[in-house]
Design a protein around this ligand. Structure first.
Ligand code: NI
Length: 189
């Protein structure tokens, strides 16, 4: 089932998330719905808070980018309770990001080039691995959602000022996008 994407300004994006337990009711269905919702909105990553669920759960599929970045071929990951460790001495690089919850805004964000990640997959197997480059960026962006952070929180104050009017429109639900959304405050049409 395709779920609505909760937009910037909705309190669910600022709500602390719970750890997922193996007996969480409907977990497999929630994962399936997140995948379907992400593909329907042409995203490369989605976090549970973006579909209104305050859980530490992420789905990533970056295969669509593999024409330019061959290392991303067939990279699809369910991340349950992911934990990122960052060595602060690892350099950052800046690159443009967007987000299904912030339609129409693309801004440069500095991210660490390399991360260490521990996570559980949908078969409840635990993993631990280093990631770098674009995939490390996507993982950082999605895991930010689990800790009440949206990428526009990480842009420079000047850039934030420049997109303020657009952000205000997103908060009000004045967006024009191809997928279903849910805003906190709705304006009369
Ligand atoms: Ni996002």
């Amino acid at each position: 089932m395709i779920l609505p994407i909760y937009l910037y300004g909705h309190p669910v994006l600022r709500t602390p998330t719970q750890l997922v337990t193996p007996d969480y009711p409907g977990l497999a269905e929630l994962i399936a719905n997140m995948k379907e919702t992400m593909y329907a909105s042409d995203g490369i990553g989605i976090a549970a808070p973006q579909v209104g669920v305050s859980l530490r759960l992420v789905y990533i599929d970056v295969d669509v980018l593999s024409e330019d970045l061959p290392e991303l071929k067939d990279v699809r990951m369910v991340l349950i309770n992911p934990e990122i460790t960052i060595d602060e001495s690892v350099p950052t690089t800046s690159r443009e990001e967007g987000c299904l919850s912030v339609p129409g805004i693309h801004e440069s964000v500095a991210r660490h080039e390399k991360i260490h990640l521990k996570w559980t997959d949908e078969n409840w197997q635990t993993h631990e691995q280093d990631f770098e480059g674009y995939l490390a960026r996507v993982i950082q962006h999605e895991c930010d959602h689990l800790f009440q952070t949206v990428f526009v929180d990480r842009i420079s104050p000047i850039r934030k000022q420049l997109v303020r009017a657009k952000l205000n429109n997103i908060v009000k639900g004045n967006v024009n996008c191809s997928y279903r959304t849910r805003a906190y405050t709705k304006t009369k049409r």
